[in-house]
Design a protein around this ligand. Structure first.
Ligand code: ARG
Ligand code: ASP
Length: 720
């Protein structure tokens, strides 16, 4: 009996023990290969990353610094999300050629559209450079000096470590400063638009369905990477030739099922999986709720105007979508953290951690860590909250613009004070250019209404002791009227007027503008009362976190396999196709179909309209080779891959390394996976490759694209 139990544990455990993780491709062999094979993978770690031969990693570039993409033909054809290509598609669009609304397809290579500033980054190789980066650091006592030395070392090494002239060295920290890896990369700058479905397919469901399962979005677009005649990166030229990648993915249309192995490769941006409970508590109870509340107000005002006025709807569409994206994510995050009892799990972990320290006799080194965290997180909370308010209200232009515009001018004034006239003029020119775009998405009436609400939140909710005198005892609606009536910052003309003249006169003028005066007083109070203390305490947390990470790695059993937090470098995550139970009595299956698109169809709706051609194809069951065994066209599916922002556009691969989908989102209940991954409710969402091909082939009729692909129809009989 005992033996049987043991056997069971041995065989069953590896398949269920999978707890998320974003792994470094060059280290899979030692860390993950066995588990991946147990989960069903048929290829080897060496097939995924090899220093010597072509491997899967050669087909996975980062897309424009933020998303991920994959190569799908020998002629440089690239697949990513519609929402990753959105800016490029938008920039190519005009009233006569509205590619966002109608889609775009190049039926010949010379119809492809070049894109200014769009680039993709391929990794040539990865090397550990920890010792080099940390040279001369250990003997430095002050944390700030330590960080400075590390930055200096990184700058020097990036210049001196061997690479070809057309390549770039990037050094990134892993495990909170305990490991440093070098990435030798190539940036390709001639990337042309090949295909994009209409938004009613590529953005189907829009904000209502964002972060939601079941999902029916065909979130994909196609580009082509061009190189010079030697196959190397080059600026756009009509003489460039399609890039031949060292590897491209065959696309499998065999179909997938619940529990099939899947793997996602990509560039996840940022996770915080090793925070102490105090930090998680702060996010859950202080930071996220503040952000959510501010955006609640901003979004409600925007929505009110957008519903009444079509011009405002268009003007604010992008702003609304980007504000709403993380607003919705944070709501899901808090819910998920609570539901999965992340705090309890962290506290339990910390208890065990304390015992391990005692057992290992490491009190001197690690004994104070948790107590330090507790003190520090308590001390930093008001500063962190004030910083969050500042970020939402004026440091970043997401909610309301006026104070952010003022803040940008405040920075300009600082440039003059610290760097002089020439730097001021350069900055001013750039700003004036950039402002032209900002004002296109700015409406003073909407902004004023948001200002009124948000400034009220600021004075009532952000810690009072840090606020400037200018906000003492204000009536937000009177303040709003006064400011918006008297400032020149409400129009581009007004701004240009303020910016006209030499540095001295510009600074004199802005310092008489009511909007600027208010923004400056808020910024100054923030920089004086909040930032220095925040930075001081934060530096302590950074140092503690580095030591904590080191201790966790040291004191965990080898089998624990600790992955480094995401840092926008290439990672591999793997899991299984799997549905989930978001709540009592509710179960979601893992696959959606074209039938579901039709169920959600609302004629003329800006989120749920369906193109006529797609309805025809559906009515005629004209699915070509892209339907499943039951004659249905799959649209999207979910799996247990651990992904985050930046993984959008990532290739979803089957056990043989064939492309089965393109990653684009996560389920709402599991968005806390950035802080705490729960295998029960964390799922990534992918467009099914068959839907992508169906749209290209049947909807767009772009046979030229289909002909370029390597489509896998039968189970490949790969011999071992
Ligand atoms: N939630 C996804 C991500 O974080 C998709 C965002 C784009 N879609 C949208 N409706 N805003 O990027
Ligand atoms: N939608 C995200 C992205 O754009 C992916 C995610 O957060 O799951 O990268």
């Amino acid at each position: 009996m005992k033996f049987l139990r043991l056997l069971l544990i041995l065989f069953v455990l590896p398949t269920f023990a999978q707890q998320g993780g974003m792994w470094i491709p060059s280290l899979l062999k030692g860390m993950n290969e066995t588990e991946m094979k147990n989960l069903g993978m048929k290829i080897t770690a060496e097939d995924i990353y090899s220093a010597n031969k072509s491997s899967l990693k050669d087909a996975v570039p980062q897309f424009n610094g933020g998303c991920t993409a994959e190569m799908i033909s020998s002629k440089g054809l690239l697949l990513t999300n519609h929402h990753c290509g959105f800016d490029a598609i938008q920039n190519q669009s005009s009233l006569e050629h509205d590619y966002l609304t109608n889609g775009f397809w190049a039926y010949k290579m010379d119809e492809e559209l070049p894109n200014k500033d769009l680039y993709v980054t391929f990794i040539v190789r990865i090397e550990d450079v920890t010792t080099k980066v940390l040279e001369g650091v250990a003997s430095i006592a002050s944390e700030a000096e330590k960080q400075k030395k590390i930055q200096e070392n990184i700058a020097t090494l990036s210049k001196t470590l061997p690479k070809e002239s057309w390549q770039e060295n990037q050094i990134r920290t892993f495990y909170d400063g305990n490991q440093y890896l070098l990435f030798v990369v190539e940036n390709f700058k001639d990337v042309r638009l090949v295909g994009a479905p209409p938004s009613s397919i590529g953005k189907f469901g829009s904000d209502t369905d964002n972060w939601v399962w079941p999902r029916h979005t065909g979130d994909f677009s196609l580009f082509r990477v061009y190189a010079d005649k030697n196959g190397r990166p080059a600026e756009y030229s009509k003489d460039n030739i399609p890039y031949t990648p060292k590897h491209f993915f065959p696309i499998s249309i065999k179909g997938i099922q619940e529990n099939d192995f899947t793997m996602v490769m990509g560039y996840p941006g940022r996770t915080q999986e090793y925070l102490p409970s105090y930090a998680v508590d702060q996010i859950m109870t202080t930071i996220d709720p503040a952000r959510i509340e501010i955006r609640n107000h901003a979004l409600k005002v925007q929505d009110g105007f957008m519903r009444k006025d079509n011009a405002i709807k268009i003007q604010y569409a992008a702003k609304y979508a980007s504000t709403a994206n993380y607003w919705k994510k944070w709501i899901g995050e808090v819910k998920g953290l609570k539901k999965s009892n992340a705090l309890g799990a962290k506290q339990k972990f910390e208890k065990e951690f304390t015992d391990k320290i005692a057992k290992a006799g490491k009190q001197a080194e690690y004994g104070n860590l948790l107590a330090d965290f507790k003190t520090n997180y308590e001390a930093i909370t008001p500063y962190a909250l004030a910083r969050e308010y500042a970020t939402e209200i004026f440091l970043r232009n997401s909610n309301m613009d006026l104070l952010n515009f003022g803040y940008k001018l405040y920075q300009l004034e600082q440039v003059y004070n610290t760097k002089g006239e020439q730097a001021f003029n350069d900055r001013k020119t750039n700003l004036v250019n950039a402002f032209e775009g900002f004002y296109k998405e700015f409406n003073p009436t909407v902004d004023k209404a948001i200002f009124e609400q948000v400034i009220n939140l600021y004075v009532t909710k952000s810690p009072k002791q840090f606020l400037p005198n200018s906000l003492n005892n204000i009536n937000s609606s009177e303040l709003a009227s006064d400011i918006y009536k008297n400032t020149k910052l409400t129009s581009y003309e007004g701004l240009k007027e303020l910016m006209n003249g030499d540095a001295k006169s510009v600074i004199e003028k802005i310092n008489q503008d009511k909007g600027y005066i208010l923004a400056k007083s808020i910024a100054e109070a923030y920089e004086k009362n909040v930032l220095p203390k925040f930075n001081e305490l934060n530096l302590k947390n950074i140092a503690s976190q580095r030591t904590y990470m080191k201790a966790i790695m040291e004191l965990s059993p080898k089998s624990a396999r600790i992955f480094p937090d995401a840092n926008s470098t290439l990672r591999v995550t793997y899991g299984k196709v799997k549905g989930y139970k978001p709540s009592d009595a509710v179960t979601y299956s893992s696959m959606t179909y074209l039938d579901g698109v039709m169920e959600k169809y609302v004629p003329g709706d800006y989120e749920f309209d369906v193109p006529k051609k797609l309805i025809e194809l559906y009515n005629n069951k004209d699915y070509g080779q892209y339907a499943d065994k039951n004659g249905k066209v799959p649209v999207a599916f979910i799996a247990t891959n651990h992904t985050t922002g930046g993984n959008s556009g990532s290739p979803a691969l089957d056990a043989n390394g064939n492309l089965i989908g393109c990653n684009f989102d996560r389920v709402w209940e599991g968005t806390m996976s950035d802080i705490y991954y729960s295998p029960e409710i964390c799922r990534n969402i992918m467009v099914d490759a068959r839907y992508i091909l169906f749209i290209i082939d049947k909807y767009a009729g772009a046979k030229n694209i289909i002909d370029e692909l390597k489509i896998v129809k039968q189970t490949p009989t790969k011999k071992k």
